[in-house]
Design a protein around this ligand. Structure first.
Ligand code: ADP
Ligand code: MG
Length: 540
């Protein structure tokens, strides 16, 4: 049994082992199968994952590419903008620099302009003659004196041939008519306005503020348009002139307006204007702005003297400060009411006196700035010499209504020192230049006329002496020329406005006026000659 049991146990163990082997075998084949399946599945999954990942990365590449393009484009745009900005910055810098250069150049040019303007005015001649022919007027028809009734007195004989030539048809009974021409710097025909006349006068006022004295005078017989040209149309029966119609205003109010306009372009307070109005009647000077204790205006006799510096001066003459044109016009009109007139046969309101309106422009400069005001050397030196270290009372009071030149300047303390320079604009409405015979005057009026003739020939002598560059100019031969001394001759600018009546009736007088103008022009030729052939100038 034991053997049997042993054999059975062996058998059982063998069976177990076989069973184990069977089981093992069975198990391994399932695992292999499962493994295979899993492996297959895994492979499939991996494959699809791989293709998905591939797709994804491709998509990512595509998207990042477009993004990159966008970024690139943006960067490029930015770069362009940056460049443009830089260009703008450079441009702005350049502009800034050129603006600075232009400003500096402008300052230099401004100074050059002054010097050139003066050379231009000098080239045109410090003395120039313009001629204005007025229109025929109703009173030209009125019968004058009449040795020669068959001739048409109102026939027009004086014309402006062009804007530099006057043509006069001269006819004597029994002779063929002869045409005579006269040349002037400018000739105005009867249609030319007050505006046109003033346009040629205005450049002189620039010279005035550049430091030169200026004189503008109207010459011609009574009724030829002197007062119309200088002041404007006169009010009916009144010696004052009409200031309502601005377009009709003459040279005197327009020049004053221009002076104030030019001053308004300068630094405030550095300029001020005083006015005096005088009349030269029978070789006496009358102050038309002098007032009595009640403030009433009346003409006071004054004298003209030569100062130690060789300038002409009228002691105690009334100078009124004016700050605008209307103040000025009011003042001049007041003065005009006093003008002495005497009716002659030529024209009911013929003026028998010379009217001289003077604007004195004082320029105040503090200490060191003086040189910069007149960059052109000559003017600067000349004015430096003339400058005085005084300070008028009115500048301290800021405004005063009346003062006399003799009493106003007050010496300043050293700290307040300022220099002042005076330049003068003299505007002159001369008395009628007609001969005694034509006016038909006798007695007191004859005396007037002879004084007028003497003063006008003294004026002609002064211009003649300047023409010939004589060492002595006879300014003191008449009060008129003595009074005008500083604004006639030297580097002062003179404009003679010849006024001509166009009618046959006035032929003799017109020829006389044209002759005066022609002689005055020779002064200019003399000066031009002097420029071309330099001669040693006096006093240097
Ligand atoms: P004068 O002062 O030379 O004696 P006026 O100026 O008094 O002469 O002129 C005489 C007249 O002629 C005035 O009635 C004036 O209005 C007129 N008159 C002068 N010139 C002109 C002109 N250019 N246009 C129109 N009228 C003028
Ligand atoms: Mg007059």
């Amino acid at each position: 049994y034991q053997g049997l049991a042993g054999r059975s146990t062996k058998e059982v163990l063998q069976l177990y082992a076989a069973h184990d082997q069977q089981m093992k075998f069975q198990r391994s084949s399932v695992v292999t199968q499962l493994h295979g399946a899993i492996k297959k599945r895994l492979k499939q999954d991996l494959k699809s994952l791989h293709s998905f990942a591939l797709e994804l990365s491709k998509d990512f590449q595509r998207q990042s590419k477009t993004c990159l393009y966008q970024v690139l484009a943006a960067v490029q745009g930015l770069q362009l903008q940056n460049e443009a900005m830089q260009m703008f910055q450079i441009k702005a810098f350049d502009l800034e620099q050129s603006l600075q250069e232009v400003t500096e150049r402008y300052e230099k040019e401004k100074q050059k302009r002054k010097a050139l303007h003066n050379s231009l005015i000098e080239l045109r001649g410090n003395i120039r003659v313009h001629c204005r022919i007025r229109p025929l007027l109703p009173f030209d028809d009125a019968a004058g004196h009449s040795q020669d009734r068959q001739r048409n007195f109102s026939e027009k004989v004086a014309y402006a041939a062009d804007d530099e030539t006057v043509l006069v048809k001269c006819s004597r009974p029994g002779h063929a008519s002869v045409n005579k021409t006269f040349q002037f710097e400018r000739v105005y025909n009867d249609l030319e306005s007050q505006d046109a006349v003033f346009a040629d006068v205005a450049p002189l006022l620039t010279s005035l503020l550049d430091g030169y004295n200026v004189c503008i005078m109207a010459y011609g017989q009574t009724g030829s348009g002197k007062t119309y040209t200088m002041l404007g149309p006169q009010l009916e029966g009144n010696l004052a002139f009409a200031i309502e119609e601005e377009s009709e205003l003459g040279i005197i109010p327009r020049a004053t307006e221009e002076v104030f306009r030019l001053i308004s372009e300068k630094p405030p307070g550095s300029y001020w204007v005083e006015v005096s109005v005088v009349e030269v009647y029978n070789n006496e000077i009358f102050d038309l702005l002098a007032k009595d204790t009640c403030g009433k205006v009346f003409g006071v006799k004054r004298d003209v003297v030569t100062t130690r510096e060789g300038k002409s001066d009228v002691p105690l003459l009334t100078h009124e400060t004016v700050e605008n044109v209307s103040e000025f016009l009011h003042l001049v009109n007041k003065g005009l009411q006093l003008r002495v007139t005497h009716p002659t046969l030529v024209h009911a309101h013929s003026s028998r006196s010379h009217l001289v309106v003077t604007l004195t422009i004082t320029t105040v400069v503090f200490g060191d700035n003086f040189g910069t005001l007149w960059e052109d050397e000559q003017t600067s030196q000349r004015l430096n010499k003339e400058a005085s270290f005084t300070f008028p009372q009115k500048m301290r009071d800021n405004k005063s209504t009346s003062s006399s030149r003799a009493s106003s300047p007050v010496q300043l303390e050293a700290t307040e020192k300022m220099k002042q320079v005076k330049t003068r604009l003299q505007l002159v409405d001369l008395a009628g230049s007609e001969c005694v015979g034509l006016s038909g005057v006798t007695g007191a009026a004859l005396r007037e006329t002879s004084f007028i003739n003497r003063s006008l020939s003294a004026l002609a002598d002064v211009l003649g002496a300047i023409a010939e560059q004589r060492a002595h100019v006879p300014y003191r031969n008449s009060k008129l020329t003595h009074l005008l001394q500083d604004s006639v001759g030297g580097d002062a600018k003179l404009l003679v406005m010849l006024c001509i009546s166009p009618g046959q009736k006035y032929l003799t007088e017109s020829m006389q006026s044209l002759g005066f103008g022609t002689r005055a022009r020779q002064v200019q030729r003399g000066q031009v000659k002097k420029k071309n052939f330099p001669v040693p100038s006096k006093g240097k």
